[in-house]
Design a protein around this ligand. Structure first.
Ligand code: AG3
Length: 276
């Protein structure tokens, strides 16, 4: 039996039986691999970490995108940092309020690999409202003169090229380039494995944003209960969404009816984060 396993601290593994490896390349930034799984389509792996599995990628991309898009009263200008696979962009463009969505991806090889071997963008990169920029997200945000309603950080984990995307200086730049009110969301590690990432993000975001909301959702392919963290600038209640817009978006996992309940935290995590 051939399998691909991603190992977490202490020896916990997330494993898929595979039919074979479809592609492998070391880009300037990272090692990119694509596997054909036995039962769930293709899988993208970067530096040994599972990024998405075709059958379940919506579990992650819907939960990353829709809560912030629906809590914002009128998201028109959206910035995605990372997200070179186009999954987050595809979900952003479901929102008719969006006039412009930019994807700033550091590694063109990720875009090309996914386009060729696991296209999930569903035409999003060709949509007239979208723009793909190959650049370092840190630099882009630091130099940006444009202002955004929503910033979505769809990055790899804080090792390698994404490390700085989890630090206070980057969050400060994000805060600066949000309009008077705006929202930032980032993936922030597992609740039980990689807990230190969730705690680090909560701590660093609390230094910068007016309000911070961490939440967790199961994403098949990652360790149980994956973390997402939202930073609020200005007068926006992240707990309330625009129900009318919510009911017009077709989703499989994100449920506008359960928006608030999604913010449930395991007790230990809630106590730890509240004490920061
Ligand atoms: N972004 C990475 C999610 C984190 C995965 N981490 C892990 N498996 N250790 C997903 C990219 C999809 N757009």
């Amino acid at each position: 039996m051939v399998a691909f396993t991603e190992w977490y601290e202490g020896g916990y593994g997330v494993s898929f039986r595979i039919k074979g490896k479809v592609f492998e390349k070391k880009s300037k930034y990272q090692k990119i691999e694509v596997y054909e799984t036995e039962g769930f389509g293709r899988m993208l792996v970067i530096d040994g970490a599972i990024q998405f599995i075709e059958k379940w990628e919506k579990m992650y991309h819907e939960i990353l995108v829709h809560p912030v898009m629906l809590a914002h009263p009128n998201p028109e200008n959206v910035l995605i940092i990372g997200g070179g696979d186009g999954g987050a962009l595809r979900e952003v463009l479901l929102h008719e309020t969006v006039k412009k969505a930019k994807v700033v991806e550091i590694d063109k090889e990720v875009v090309d690999t996914v386009k060729k071997y696991i296209p999930i963008d569903n035409g999003a990169f060709d949509n007239g409202r979208s723009e793909l920029i190959i650049d370092d997200g840190i630099k882009f945000v630091k130099e940006s003169k444009d202002k955004y309603d929503v910033i979505i950080i769809d990055s790899t984990d804080p090792k390698g090229p994404a490390e700085e995307l989890f630090n206070v200086p980057f969050y400060k730049d994000c805060y600066r380039i949000l309009k008077d009110k705006g929202l930032v969301v980032t993936q922030s590690g597992g609740a039980y494995f990689d807990t230190k990432v969730s705690i680090r993000v909560a701590k660093n975001m609390k230094e910068v944003f007016d309000k911070v909301h961490p939440f967790f959702f199961s994403v098949i392919g990652y360790a149980p209960s994956w973390g997402f963290s939202v930073g609020v600038k200005g007068d926006i209640d992240f707990l309330k969404i625009d129900e009318k817009r919510g009911s017009s978006i077709k989703t499989e996992y994100y449920d506008p009816e359960y928006h608030e309940r999604m913010l449930f935290l395991p007790r230990k995590m809630r106590e730890t984060i509240e004490s920061l």
